[in-house]
Design a binder for this molecule. Structure first.
Ligand code: FE2
Ligand code: FE2
Length: 388
């Protein structure tokens, strides 16, 4: 049995034992001590440990644990809003015992006694929802910390910033990290009972490319699922969408964030990013053809307009046409130095009005249906306001 699995078994065993015996009995204390030992063994190499509980599935870090497929405790935890359990450093036995008492109260094994005080001061234990509808915000901050601990994709955003920096400095595209970000976004989308659209709101202009890449990736995967594409296709769409603007690493900041209109020369520089991006992706040792095609084609119109000009009458590939719509929607929904963010309805209206000219009408129909559905769901959700 692997160490993560051994720890989770010991944890659930301790919880079950707490349900069977009263406080004074030695059995729960023994079970807690065993769970603590297993946790120490698990943290020996790296004290940072993260579990995610989804219905029917457990992840350790980003790895699905096949041994725990269908494990009943995963559902029990997820049902009471414990979708993530994280340890950020060594955990004392007393801290683990308090966590166990809290979990036991939460899953209804025991009455809550001092559940509110289960964590005090700086604790290495984190648990909560993999919330992700937006980037924190007032709603999340006002909710009690125990009930709702938002994971805000900051690490993923930093990872993308780093990936861009690596490519800008001439290093190879860090594929493993890019893939990990896509997995993480996909996980974020499926982490609640229903799917969520974890779109980020732009805070600083210099984060535009990272925020935008993640949002386009999420939108493209959501649209792929809405169109009932298979999971491998959805994942490669997410990957291609994440890297669609990779070529922007060649555009100087002053041009990227210029508040006014671009000169012709500046526009030429911007319009090179599809070609630069495709080259960067094709230079990578692995076959990144779909990503390279999407990077090359995502500004090409269905009527042949846009850029770069495609020789002959061949239109852009399906994946590129899909990413193009998600790309424009997110760009319009984001505040830019030269204009305010558009409301969702206005951005959707624009995309609809350009169906058959700029965008593939069939994909537009699906996109509009999906976004209208999301707008209704997000409007009804408590917590952070919709951010797309
Ligand atoms: Fe682009
Ligand atoms: Fe873009």
């Amino acid at each position: 049995m692997s160490e993560p699995v051994a720890f989770l078994h010991a944890l659930s065993q301790a919880l079950a034992t707490m349900g069977l015996y009263g406080d004074g009995h030695p059995a729960p204390a023994r079970a807690a001590a065993l769970a603590h030992e297993r946790l120490e063994a698990l943290q020996a190499d790296d004290p940072r440990v993260r579990f995610t509980f989804l219905s029917g599935e457990v992840l350790f870090g980003d790895e699905v644990q096949p041994e725990l497929a269908g494990w009943e405790w995963s559902d029990r935890f997820a049902d009471v809003g414990v979708e993530r359990l994280e340890f950020t450093g060594p955990v004392a036995l007393g801290q683990l015992e308090r966590l166990l008492a809290h979990l036991a109260a939460r899953v209804g094994i025991r009455a809550a006694s001092s559940a509110d005080a289960w964590q005090s001061g700086e604790s290495p234990v984190r648990l909560g929802l993999v919330a992700l509808a937006g980037d924190g915000g007032d709603g999340a901050a006002a909710a009690p910390a125990i009930a709702r601990l938002s994971f805000t994709l900051h690490e993923e955003r930093e990872a993308i910033g780093w990936i861009h920096d690596e490519v800008r400095s001439g290093s190879r595209l860090p594929l493993v990290e890019a893939d990990a970000v896509v997995r993480s976004l996909s996980l974020a989308m499926h982490s609640e009972q229903a799917m969520v659209l974890p779109l980020l709101q732009l805070k600083e202009f210099d984060q535009y490319t990272t925020t935008h890449s993640m949002n386009v990736s999420v939108l493209a995967m959501a649209l792929g699922e809405f169109l009932e594409l298979g999971s491998a296709a959805v994942r490669s769409l997410g990957f291609a969408a994440l890297l669609h603007d990779l070529g922007k690493v060649c555009i100087p900041e002053e041009i990227l964030n210029k508040p006014g209109k671009l000169t012709d020369a500046e526009r030429k520089v911007v319009e090179r990013h599809p070609v630069v991006g495709a080259k960067l992706l094709l230079d990578s040792p692995d076959a990144l053809e779909i990503a390279a095609v999407v990077a090359y084609e995502h500004h090409i119109f269905i009527d042949g307009g846009g850029y770069p000009l495609l020789p002959g009458a061949r239109g852009a590939q399906y994946a590129s046409r899909l990413v193009h719509i998600c790309d424009v929607y997110d760009a319009l929904r984001t505040r830019r130095p030269y204009r305010e963010a558009w409301e969702s309805e206005r951005a959707i209206g624009y995309i609809e009005s350009r169906a058959g000219i700029e965008f593939d009408p069939t994909i537009v129909r699906a996109f509009v249906a999906m976004m209208r559905k999301w707008d209704r769901i997000m409007a009804a959700r408590p917590g952070p306001a919709p951010t797309h």
